[in-house]
Design a protein around this ligand. Sequence first.
Ligand code: PLP
Length: 398
Amino acid sequence: MKPPTKTPASESLAGLVGQSVDAIDTPALVVDLDAVDRNITRMAEFARKHGILWRPHAKMHKSVVLAQLQLRSGAVGVCVQKTAEAEIMADGGIRDIYISNEVVAGPKLARVAALALRLTQENGRLAIAVDSVEGITRLGQALNESRVQHPSSATIDVFVEIDVGQGRCGVAPGGAALALAQAIHKHPRLRFAGLQAYHGKAQHLRGAQERRDAIARVVEDALSTRKLMEAHGITVDLVTGAGTGTLVCEAASGVFGEVQAGSFMFMDADYAHNERDAAQPQFEHALFVKTQVISSGEEHAVCDAGHKSHAIDSGLPKVLSADAESHLEYFNGGDEHGVLRPAGAGHRIPAIGRMLWLIPGHCDPTVNLHDFMIGVRGGLRNGTVEQIIRVDARGALT
Ligand SMILES: Cc1ncc(COP(=O)(O)O)c(C=O)c1O
């Protein structure tokens, strides 16, 4: 029996390189490489201007080649959320990796310890977040056990995560965080590296002033926690956090030393709903689902991209308008279909066969639905396929 093949097959995708965008079959995840370059350049300039490090979140693109592109442009390393993502990035040659998340399972921690050793031996470094004494004990144990197997085993950088308003992981700022830093200090193989203070919900507050107000409180919490630690003789080398929605606030705070924004590189439709902060670089959409109209009637048309092609947790995709008379709205048509209606009077229903471009609502889970992204240069209308980008960490959930 023939082994199952992935769809679309990588070989046929490789044959696309050098061809016009018209040759891309649908539905397909397409990256506008010129827009990616511009977004990265803007981020690098922004970071330089503010004297802040940038460590983009690779959970967004899940691709080694895109991580390497970011590093060549000045990023200090990558963030990941999962041990498996960290392993895949390390396999791809990334040497400075931060797991900005809590890991507590024994088998996973054994992998974390092995990766810390490997990266140290390769002159790199692994960092991780913790938010409990239990987590610290388990991490320390895993490092100790790896030391038995490898006498010269490595240390790992450990950030204490404080909950600065998201209500997800993290201990309360202040005394609880201090107690964790003190517990880390007791472990010879753990190095206290600083504070993680990420406020995910604030990224998507629509008003620029709302986001500024939320991050002002984050900065206060991070600063008071840092001061408390310093008063107890503990140096806080770095405060890290921030996403695309608020990075201007953290960067200007004088408290944060590093921003972790990931989505800035692709800019999904959800982020386009945020009122732009005047200080924010003008990031542009760079991730699209190419789709084709397969049915067209009096009232609506139907395209071949449903929520197996793009994530809908942050809203339905936007349709990129081809011209002033063709504004379309996308409605949920299920797994494999999208229903398209004119956005107002005078707008045309697209004909069967017409190619359209969707801007996904949320880039991270959209990327995770695909094996490959098709990198295009020269624009979506007349461009050429330059590169097939593997989603290396697709499904890397452990
Ligand atoms: C801990 C952490 N840092 C940074 C980010 C990046 O945020 P964004 O992709 O919105 O820039 C995320 C996203 O969820 C996150 O969970």
